[in-house]
Design a protein around this ligand. Structure first.
Ligand code: UDP
Ligand code: MG
Length: 178
């Protein structure tokens, strides 16, 4: 069964111009199925503040960047991951040469797990993060500002709608999502 929420268009533009109405289809599992609202596409993505950014005290700045964009937070939890959880999350990378270093890094300390929503948030969050390697990321991006190296790059963001769907539900149950 689907629930329907009809309300003013979301995002910065939507709030300024409520003539754009958005139709939100949300399954009982908490999955955001589809948004129709004029020219806008409302999505959810999965983000992580990685152990080095937590340790270096950048949680506030990273959450500020999310809010500055007009994104909204629908799931938020601290966790200290174990090997099994990290392996399942990074399943596509387990066979790669860099995986042991990535696993060791992700085990180093707690992380912040987040589900964020906004207009085109999947691509836009990746733009705000910058490319994987902080040294190559554009000035002002989170990875450029807070990343230490290719592995210790401060933040994670899903790379596509299907990935976001899997990653959100890997860590959050329907009860955890608002
Ligand atoms: N990573 C690494 N070495 C590499 C490539 C990636 O340690 O050569 C790490 C890095 O932390 C990265 C994560 O593995 O964020 C996942 O890699 P992916 O290629 O999916 O990059 P992302 O989507 O995070 O930009
Ligand atoms: Mg990736």
């Amino acid at each position: 069964m689907l629930s329907f929420k009809l309300g003013p268009g979301m995002g910065k533009k939507g709030r300024q111009n409520s003539r754009h109405m958005s139709l939100r289809l949300i399954q009982p599992s908490g999955t955001l199925v589809k948004i129709e609202g004029g020219p806008m596409t409302l999505e959810r993505t999965f983000a992580i503040v990685k152990p080095n950014a937590i340790k270096n005290g950048h949680v506030g700045e990273i959450i500020s960047a999310i809010e500055r964009e007009g994104f909204t937070i629908h799931g938020l939890r601290m966790a200290h991951l174990n090997k099994e959880l990290i392996k399942g999350f990074y399943i596509e990378h387990v066979q790669k040469k860099f995986y042991p270093e990535l696993e060791e890094f992700m085990l180093e300390g707690p992380v912040l797990l987040m589900v964020i929503e906004g207009e085109n948030v999947i691509a836009r969050w990746r733009e705000i993060m910058g490319v994987t390697d902080p040294a190559k990321a554009a000035p002002g991006t989170l990875r450029r500002k807070f990343g230490d190296d290719l592995t210790r790059n401060a933040v994670h963001g899903s790379d596509a709608p299907a990935t976001a769907e899997r990653e959100v539900h890997y860590f959050f149950s329907a009860f955890d999502l608002v």
